[in-house]
Design a protein around this ligand. Structure first.
Ligand SMILES: CC(C)(COP(=O)(O)OP(=O)(O)OC[C@H]1O[C@@H](n2cnc3c(N)ncnc32)[C@H](O)[C@@H]1OP(=O)(O)O)[C@@H](O)C(=O)NCCC(=O)NCCS
Length: 175
């Protein structure tokens, strides 16, 4: 697959079951080894289920990468839901960027990110925030190349138990 072999388009309601499957699989691939089965199940229901996507569909923007009629990646962004310290009022959040691991390193993630940053929701925002696992050097590298800088570090705990450290990154509008 080359860059020309996939298209990026807005997700439609009819995409949500397949999108939820991709989001679930990529979440498990990324976090399956640090969360218990119960925590995974709960977080998937809260943030990757079809019901979740139906709930956020009218508010968030979701772009998907499609090849051979299959969704292989997605990026989700919109108003800020995470508790970022000192976030500006008209700041926006880049909530998720995930690509099916069988399609990594073929330009899908980069293209999704570029399209999202060109979309009016992010393009016109004063600041764009995201969070990222501190040791996720691949994604950090990608975000840094597109103007994001680390501004904060937070420990993620569930029921008081430390799971991992994530970093908050911010991109200020390019004039
Ligand atoms: C991060 C992710 C979305 C990148 O998707 P991708 O389609 O493989 O990325 P691309 O092929 O477009 O590569 C984009 C950039 O990522 C970085 N990158 C990708 N794979 C890399 C690797 N194996 N080693 C180092 N950097 C890498 C490079 O900066 C690359 O830019 P370049 O091609 O100009 O060198 C993908 O690895 C992924 O889904 N990871 C799991 C989920 C995740 O970590 N999401 C981000 C959480 S905030």
């Amino acid at each position: 697959m080359t860059n020309q072999d996939f298209i990026i388009r807005s997700a439609r309601k009819s995409d949500l079951p397949e999108l939820s499957r991709l989001a679930t699989d990529t979440f498990i691939a990324s976090f399956g080894h640090v969360l218990t089965k119960l925590q995974l199940k709960k977080l998937i229901k809260q943030t990757r289920s079809i019901e979740y996507f139906e709930k956020v569909f009218d508010d968030d923007e979701i772009l998907i990468a499609v090849t051979e009629q299959k969704i292989v990646g997605y990026i989700q962004f919109g108003t800020i839901r995470s508790p970022y310290k000192n976030a500006t009022r008209d700041g926006r959040e880049l909530a998720r960027l995930y690509v099916n691991s069988a399609y990594h390193r073929r330009g899908v993630g980069k293209t999704l990110l570029k399209k999202a940053l060109d979309h009016p929701v992010l393009h016109d925002a004063e600041d764009v925030y995201l969070d990222i696992w501190k040791s996720n050097f691949i994604a950090k590298n990608l975000y840094q190349k597109h103007g994001f800088k680390v501004i904060d570090e937070v420990e993620w705990k569930i029921n008081g138990k430390y799971l991992l450290t994530y970093q908050v990154m911010k991109r200020t509008r390019q004039i």
